[in-house]
Design a protein around this ligand. Structure first.
Ligand SMILES: [Zn+2]
Ligand SMILES: [Zn+2]
Length: 136
């Protein structure tokens, strides 16, 4: 069963044919600035199971290795691609048609967090990315 989602206005839609590889909440300052929101939840899809199915998102290079995408008509943040993980695409959890489908398993980049954010979900937190923590 396909997993569907898209932007607020409907100009850009996507579909995935396999469940996400991961689901997390990012507290980094770049996600915050790009989304205009204190935190941004993401799900990670294997690119081989993911496709844009209507329209094409606009592209923002937020760093030398990171490409972010959003709807140029309504502004919804949609994608994140990192040159270091070329087979994966992160998609904003809240652009899924069912944002409840794949709840986050952890919080990343707490080192960038705002001082008024209070977590109450009991999930693991990492000062940077989970991968950084696992690699020591
Ligand atoms: Zn849109
Ligand atoms: Zn982030």
């Amino acid at each position: 069963m396909a997993i569907e989602g898209g932007c607020f206005c409907g100009a850009v839609r996507y579909s995935a044919t396999a469940n996400p590889l991961g689901s997390m909440v990012c507290h980094c300052r770049t996600c915050r600035a790009v989304a205009g929101a204190p935190v941004v939840p993401w799900v990670t899809f294997d690119k081989s199971a993911f496709a844009w199915t209507r329209g094409q998102p606009a592209i923002l290079k937020s760093s030398s290795s990171v490409t972010r995408t959003f709807c140029s008509a309504c502004g919804t943040p949609l994608g994140y691609e990192n040159a270091g993980t070329p087979t994966e695409i992160d998609i904003t959890t809240c652009s899924l048609d069912d944002p409840n489908a794949f709840p986050p398993t952890h919080h990343s980049w707490l080192s960038h967090d705002l001082n008024w954010i209070r977590l109450g979900d009991g999930l693991p937190t990492y000062p940077k990315s989970k991968l950084d923590a696992e690699n020591g």
